[in-house]
Design a protein around this ligand. Structure first.
Ligand SMILES: Cc1cc2nc3c(=O)[nH]c(=O)nc-3n(C[C@H](O)[C@H](O)[C@H](O)COP(=O)(O)OP(=O)(O)OC[C@H]3O[C@@H](n4cnc5c(N)ncnc54)[C@H](O)[C@@H]3O)c2cc1C
Length: 531
């Protein structure tokens, strides 16, 4: 019963794609192990459920970073989905791919087959876009990509203000040009969130050759010699071994895939020894190269019921919106909060944008974990799209139930601070543009913050992730990588890593669609029929 051809660890964005694609062949048996539950409740399905799932730990690992010296020694918050669909079940549903040059850079460092021209067919294979039908988009894939259904007038205001501040509108960030401001498209269908579980896994669940186990927490990969032969996982009150005849595939995400490799004896030899973990292969780059998008929010209180808020009038509006959602699956409840945004250059001489904006129709402070977000207001995020800082994921102990030590080393490279200061100024200029005048009440947190020094101090006080950790099991051909360009772990057999952790450099955009693309391509590589 417990022997399969493929055992996949982690039912997130990548794991769901793999489970569905590999089990298309009825001759192979596939097992997917997910530490969380099935996640069929309203909080996942209803887009606005994000205001509960991101700040709270019920389907969320809610990791914390180690103290960040450049952020006044604050510990950052790192939400990650702990449920089928993984982080795609709690994310903001924005569909972007990054810049074509991001993938060309992967190929340039030896990852043949990963240039944008190579991966575009996989983006298209995944995508079911209802607006765009051209060389850049797919219309037949499992992942619905749609316009937001809120009809929120504040989005027009944001776009007008951005133009007043000097930025061009772009109606397709995933087309020929990334630069500009516009409304985001989202992974929703008929006003509901469409996580990777809903898009890929649910349609495959009836296949007799696919076993999906929830509340199955993998502890380590088992080896016979240098070949991965199965996975030990805590499931049903005991540790069970799930044998893999062909391959074990780790899709546990940027924090837990490297953790599992280390627990299984793949990592820096000295470090493994210090924890008393028998070494299978000395791989010093496991858990290195952590990259993430550091973000700062400029927030204004607002005179508008089109932005979320806990006033009596806001509460009444909210109740009406629930009724509308029930009837039409439209309106405020379908909001992903970050409905619009843009990709800008901090310096016109750059060849590609290095700042991303997210315009939110709510006060977004401290990941929605404090009462301040109950005020009516709007928020403009600016993040460093191409960070130079590199961090680490390390073991805290050899106990698999212990969370890993996450150290993004935010702003350890001073260029990142310079870009974020520019991002702050650009975001503020947009919010101060005339189009916002009828709605603007007051700037929260940063009123009077004008000088370079004060802006830097403000950033150190409040900046944190915008949720795109990657790079900790870097793909590459050489000894400074963890997996090869076919995503096989260096130096062993029968083991791959397939998730956001394999990105050699973080792409310049939101990371869900790129992770799904990685898994689509990996499925073909595993089947031996890559395009
Ligand atoms: C709050 C938030 C907002 C975001 N917004 C966006 C957005 O709008 N657009 C976008 O493109 N991207 C967004 N992202 C990022 C995007 O969702 C992630 O990059 C992507 O989902 C990562 O996919 P993954 O497969 O690498 O990992 P995940 O989807 O996180 O999957 C990992 C899975 O492995 C499971 N797991 C971990 N350890 C074990 C174990 N030991 N045993 C068994 N199972 C295990 C986890 O429970 C999880 O289900 C957001 C992320 C967050 C957290």
């Amino acid at each position: 019963m417990d022997e399969f051809d493929y055992v996949i660890v982690g039912g997130g964005s990548a794991g769901c794609v793999l489970a569905a694609r590999l089990s298309e062949d009825p001759a192979v048996r596939v097992c997917l192990l997910e530490a969380g539950g099935a996640g069929r409740g309203w909080a996942v399905k209803v887009p606005l459920g994000i205001i509960a799932t991101v700040p709270m730990p019920f389907i969320n690992w809610s990791f914390k970073t180690v103290p960040q010296p450049e952020l006044n020694n604050r510990r950052g918050y790192q939400p990650r989905g702990r449920v089928l669909g993984g982080s795609s079940a709690i994310n903001a549903m924005i569909y972007t791919r990054g810049h074509a040059s991001d993938y060309d850079a992967w190929a340039r460092v030896g990852n043949l087959g990963w240039a944008y021209a190579d991966v575009l067919p996989y983006f298209k294979r995944a995508e079911k876009n209802t607006r765009f039908e051209d060389g850049y988009h797919g219309t037949m894939g499992p992942l619905p990509v749609n316009d937001v259904r809120t009809d929120n007038p504040m989005i027009k205001v944001f776009l007008e203000a951005s133009q007043q501040a000097g930025y061009r509108e772009n109606n397709d960030f995933n087309g020929a040009r990334q630069e500009g401001v516009g409304a985001y498209q989202v992974t929703q269908h008929m006003g509901e969130r469409w996580s990777a579980a809903r898009a890929y896994l649910e349609p495959a669940l009836s296949r007799p050759n696919l076993t999906v186990l929830t509340h199955a927490w993998a502890r380590k990969v088992r080896f016979t010699g240098r070949r991965a032969s199965g996975v030990d996982a805590y499931h049903g009150g005991r540790v069970q071994t799930f044998k893999a005849r062909r391959e074990v595939i780790l899709s546990a995400g940027a924090f837990q895939s490297p953790q599992l490799l280390m627990l299984s004896g793949l990592g820096d030899g000295e470090m493994l020894q210090s924890f008393g973990i028998p070494m299978v292969n000395h791989l010093p780059w496991v858990g290195q190269n952590l990259q993430d998008h550091l973000d700062y929010t400029v927030i204004h209180r607002a005179k508008s019921l089109d932005v979320l808020g806990g006033s009596p009038a806001g509460a009444l509006r909210f109740l009406k919106e629930i009724g509308r959602y029930r009837r039409e699956r439209r309106g405020m409840i379908t909001s992903n909060i970050a409905e619009a945004g843009g990709f800008l250059k901090s310096d016109p001489a750059l060849t590609a944008p290095d700042i991303q904006l997210h315009f939110c129709t709510a006060v977004v402070h401290n990941h929605g974990r404090t009462l301040r977000h109950l005020m009516h207001g709007y928020t403009l995020h600016a993040c460093v799209l191409r960070p130079k800082s590199r961090g680490t994921v390390k073991l805290k102990s050899r106990d698999p139930m212990e969370k890993p030590l996450i150290d993004p080393r935010f702003l350890s490279e001073s260029d990142d601070m310079d870009v974020l200061v520019k991002g702050f100024r650009m975001a503020r200029a947009i919010l101060n543009a005339p189009a916002f005048a009828p709605y603007r009440k007051s700037e929260m947190f940063t009123r009077g913050v004008e000088t370079e020094e004060k802006i830097r101090a403000a950033i150190r006080t409040r900046a944190d992730t915008i949720y795109h950790p990657a790079g900790t099991c870097r793909m590459g051909p050489g000894p400074d990588a963890v997996v090869d360009p076919e995503l096989r772990v260096h130096g062993v057999e029968g083991l791959r890593v397939v998730d956001a952790s394999i990105m050699p450099t973080l792409i310049a955009g939101n990371t869900n669609a790129p992770t799904i693309m990685i898994a689509e391509k990996a499925a073909d590589l595993i089947k031996g029929k890559a395009i």
